[in-house]
Design a binder for this molecule. Sequence first.
Ligand SMILES: [Zn+2]
Length: 348
Amino acid sequence: MRAVQIATFDGPDGLRVVDVPRPTPAPDEVLVRVRRCGMNPVDRSQATGRWNWLALPHIAGSEISGVVEEVGALAGPLRRDQRVSVAFRVFCGRCHYCLRGREEACNADPHSANAPIMVGLPSEGGFAEYVVVPAKNVLPIPDGLDLDAGCVAVLDGVTAWHETERAGVGPGDHVLVTGASGGLGTFFIQFAKLRGAVVHAVTGRAALAPRLRQLGADTVIDRQNEDVALRARELTAGRGVDAILDSIGAGMFGTNMQALAPLGRLVICGILTGPDAQLNLAPFYAQQQQVIGSTGGARRDLEAVLDAMARGRVQPVIWRHFPLDQAADAMRALDDPGRFGKVVVDVA
Ligand SMILES: [Zn+2]
């Protein structure tokens, strides 16, 4: 089968299009013919060596939709040619957290304290014509929903859904969304609106403001030309925002804390601008604020996102498609200043 491997930790330049043997599913696994695989910042992090214990060559790709090709003997009721999304988080099903329905917190893998363990990390992923995945990760795509939606729901949809829940976003809350034009941000805006919030979208790409408003943002803050914390306070009569949905990390941390209201929750699911931040504990405890980590989500989160999409309550936002043999260009496209939403690789 054709596949794109990370051959060296040189980012897009280290990717190679190769022919490798088609994998065979174990009894509790499913062979999926990949049709779409989203390009995610986590793929670039792999390709640039953030997890240097990763054995090369390696096939990344964690946002998979496709068609069931072969079902292992113990893999349950799935059938060939069924259209499916692959829940991206790999979990054991037996640990303290899995037994409580918190698959995203599974700590069975020794690397789980510092890496999201997922289809494509460290197992082989979806930038290939076929991928073998645990049967328990395979969910049917509802009728009427296409493979594009089934793909972008998998990681960004689930991560944003879970984070919005962890933030406890409720009706009337003022919510700040950072990185608003990205794959996660476009979901954050929609999920916060579903919960009845007033949404303030922060972007470095002011030209995209009309599209952010179309998605539901009540206001757009241009972080290149405006003081984000000051604007957040102006928009809330000086109070600050009740919740912040962030995937940017250290680069926004100080600003985010200045923008946060008493009882506010800052939820962080990524470190695109680095991991190390400083927290002034004086205003933090006096205002009873919370800083909350969030990562991925469980299968029930994927079901919820697919359902919201099937009902037309949430739109998948896809910016560009690339063929598999241009996966390197798809990875470079993550940094394109005009990008709005997801970059998706079409396989087959
Ligand atoms: Zn577990």
